[in-house]
Write a protein that binds this ligand. Structure first.
Ligand code: T1G
Length: 676
């Protein structure tokens, strides 16, 4: 927990709680004792606080927030440190986050290694720094920097920390902690952060509010962060600290914080596959092949190029190849114009790309990802060709969004080397990768797929084979009911508003317009059997034709379309239907509860390992609002009985083959136990 080492008159107090030195109750207790003991030890002139292992501390133990607080509180320990008559210096290496950084802010001096990172990410957990960060940080770095760090939750690097006065000195990485101990040796007096005044800067809050209005409006924590930082200017520090603790207590038990904590741990759990030992070997991936230079093929390739992995990209025609490569360069250059990349980094990435029309050029790739349009015969033909040219041990992956990996693998003599790597559009941006495990997929192939996805900055979630895997399978009842309710009387705007009010970036119909109304369309303008047919026949293919369920201007801003209302009226009349008023509650039941129901079926069928994996799929693949935790978590929070009753109320309209998942029915009967 806490180790101490005495170096003549400098006492090292080391936080040793692997893997991230979280400040759980036991650590706090031991730390408090060590500080008290040092006060009374005459040999000790200076105290140096640091972390064992790879970092200083990741802060409070987040898993404790769902239980009543126990043991001595971190703010009290920090007050003791600050009040110490002996100088206390924090020596930061790796990361100091949350309560870990607040501990350092309570120290009299702070050192850091050049690669260290420091931040107060509490806002991303739906809370605010609760151990003095909102009062001490502004005193050290000023309002602008403090507001930026606390409300964004983003860490700063060591050189920025030095420049803003957060740390006093950078010490040699190689010579750590010895260099820190030498520095500590020269310290002779405490220097309390609480004694400083916040540099007055009246305009700081207005500037910040103007620049961050959108981030602040829907979430509780950012507002509380600003109120607390305001107190650091307006109130004496102890009153500011009291307000901070009050706001913390209100937020930590709130719905948003609970959901964000769930998301934190769900994301980490998703990386673990129950029946795959952690030490499963990985196959080396030094060279990647991508088949298809369309939007998905190009986006997928960029992930590897940006990670320094060479990519051979294959297309059928020169024109398609040049168009695809051109789009990749354009995307990179757009990022450079926004200052996210340097021109050198653009050229370095593009320099790793080998475009070719020669399929055989894929022969020396360690991993080959097929990213052509959704057609089983085409995919099987490609995998049969791959089987003939790919080197032994190469991993063969499909980016299919719906189709069976087992059937695709059956076109090869090496189904154990086949899996799905389902990226989400735009593939160079969206963080989710559904790693689809086929019946025959070998453990090392699966383990390699998961690790590789993480290494290119993605969040991998494993799924077994079914039509649409996890995300798209759940999307089907939502989209089907959205289409159905349009005919029954709802408008695209009403259905989408229910979803955007809920916190989704866009509603079902806007999403269809973005993806393309014509996806899956039979392309026969004379065959009008569905609303999709009617829109497509009218050339309303979505954003790409500036007309879909909405009309779109140059900036792709959607406006309700009288033409669509007419098409729907016509189609409704042809179907002999009469429009009726549809409530928002019905829309929620038929488009959100049905997703939860499908999620429960995915758990029953073993397609998804755990409910929290489903949540991660929706958080990172479909823009589900993080402060609502994900569809399965949300269902638990609103109550499964509510979900089941909503589904039962509209069952006759949801679809003739609709049924409530037995797991959901059972769990709602036993509302006590969440579906995890
Ligand atoms: N509490 C509990 N468990 C934690 C934890 C924490 N703070 N941080 C990490 N873990 C677990 C994690 O679940 C995983 O477990 C293992 O450690 C490795 O984590 C009073 C109230 C530090 C950058 O928000 O950002 O202080 O899956 O896989 O990729 O104001 O962990 O192995 O079982 O993420 O190397 C604020 C959260 C807390 C930082 C390391 N602190 N952690 O990343 O490892 S609130 C944070 C991280 C607070 C005060 C307030 C990252 C990391 P398992 P990992 P990593």
């Amino acid at each position: 927990m806490i180790e101490t080492k005495l170096h003549e008159d400098v006492l090292e107090i080391i936080i040793a709680n692997a893997p991230v030195n979280a400040l759980g109750a036991a650590v706090r207790g031991a730390l408090s004792q060590a500080i008290d003991a040092a006060q009374g030890d005459d040999q000790v002139k200076v105290i140096l606080l640091r972390g064992a292992g790879k970092l200083f501390s990741a802060g409070a133990d987040i898993s404790e927030f769902d239980q009543p607080p126990t043991g001595c509180a971190l703010p009290a320990i920090i007050d003791t440190i600050e009040a110490s008559s002996k100088p206390i210096v924090a020596a930061i290496h790796g990361t100091a986050l949350g309560g870990g950084l607040e501990l350092a802010l309570g120290c009299h001096y702070r050192l850091a290694t050049p690669s260290a990172k420091m931040g107060l990410p509490e806002v991303s957990l739906g809370i605010l720094p609760g151990a003095g960060g909102t009062q001490r940080l502004p005193r050290l770095v000023g309002l602008d920097a403090a507001l930026a760090m606390i409300v964004s939750g983003s860490p700063v690097d060591a050189s920025s920390a030095l420049a803003m006065g957060l740390v006093d000195r950078l010490v040699d990485e190689e010579d750590f902690p010895a260099a820190a101990i030498s520095y500590a040796r020269i310290l002779d007096a405490p220097r309390r952060t609480r004694d400083r005044q916040v540099a007055d800067d009246a305009g700081a809050f207005d500037r910040f509010a103007a620049a961050n209005a959108r981030r602040i409006e829907t979430l509780d924590a950012p507002k509380a962060c600003i109120a607390a930082v305001k107190a650091s200017v307006e109130l004496p520090i102890d009153e500011g600290l009291a307000l901070e603790r009050k706001l913390f207590a209100e937020l930590v038990t709130g719905a948003q914080a609970k959901a964000l904590r769930h998301a934190f741990f769900a994301e980490r759990a998703a990386g673990k596959i129950a029946d795959l030992p952690a030490d499963t070997p990985r196959r080396p991936i030094a060279k990647v092949g991508v088949i298809g230079a369309g939007t998905m093929g190009g986006g997928i390739s960029m992930n590897f190029l940006s990670a320094g992995i060479g990519v051979t990209i294959v297309e059928m025609t020169r024109e398609a190849l040049d168009r695809g490569v051109g789009l990749m360069r354009a995307n990179y250059e757009a990022s450079a114009r926004k200052g996210r990349l340097t021109i050198e980094e653009v050229e370095q990435a593009m320099g790793l790309l080998a475009p070719t029309l020669e399929f055989e050029a894929l022969g020396d790739c360690d991993l080959i990802i097929e990213a052509v349009y959704e057609n089983m015969e085409v995919k099987k033909e490609i995998f049969a060709r791959l089987d003939a040219i790919a080197k032994p041990g190469a991993i063969l992956a499909s980016n299919t969004s719906y189709l069976s990996i087992d059937e695709i693998a059956s076109a090869t003599s090496r189904p154990a080397d086949v899996l799905g790597l389902h990226f989400f559009s735009p593939a160079n941006i969206m963080k989710l990768v559904e790693v689809v495990r086929g019946e025959a997929t070998a453990d090392d192939v699966l383990a390699t797929g998961m690790q590789l996805a993480r290494s290119i900055g993605k969040v991998p979630v494993v799924a077994r084979v079914c039509y649409g895997f996890i995300g798209n399978r759940m999307l089907i009842p939502r989209q089907d009911n959205a289409y159905a309710m349009l005919l029954e009387g709802a408008t695209p705007e009403q259905i989408d508003r229910v979803h955007t009010d809920f916190g989704m970036p866009m509603g079902p119909l806007q999403m269809i317009d973005l993806a393309g109304v014509d996806i899956g369309w039979h392309r026969d303008v004379d065959r009008i059997e569905s609303l999709q047919d009617a829109l497509c026949a009218a050339g309303r293919w979505g954003q790409k034709t500036k007309a879909g369920f909405y009309d779109y201007d140059e900036k792709r801003k959607p406006t309700p379309s009288p033409a669509v209302a007419e098409i729907i009226d016509e189609f409704r009349a042809r179907a002999g239907m009469v429009a009726r008023a549809i409530s928002d509650e019905e829309i929620v039941a038929r488009t959100l509860y049905t997703m939860v129901n499908e999620g429960a079926k995915l758990l029953e069928e073993g397609i998804a390992q755990r409910a929290s994996d489903i949540d991660i799929v929706w958080l990172y693949g479909y823009g589900w609002p993080r402060h609502k935790g994900g569809p399965m978590f949300w269902a638990d929070e609103i109550g499964l009985t509510t979900v089941v009753q909503g589904l039962e109320r509209y069952a006759d309209r949801i679809g003739e083959d609709f049924s409530i998942a037995p797991l959901l029915a059972r769990q709602s009967d036993d509302e006590g136990s969440p579906t995890t």
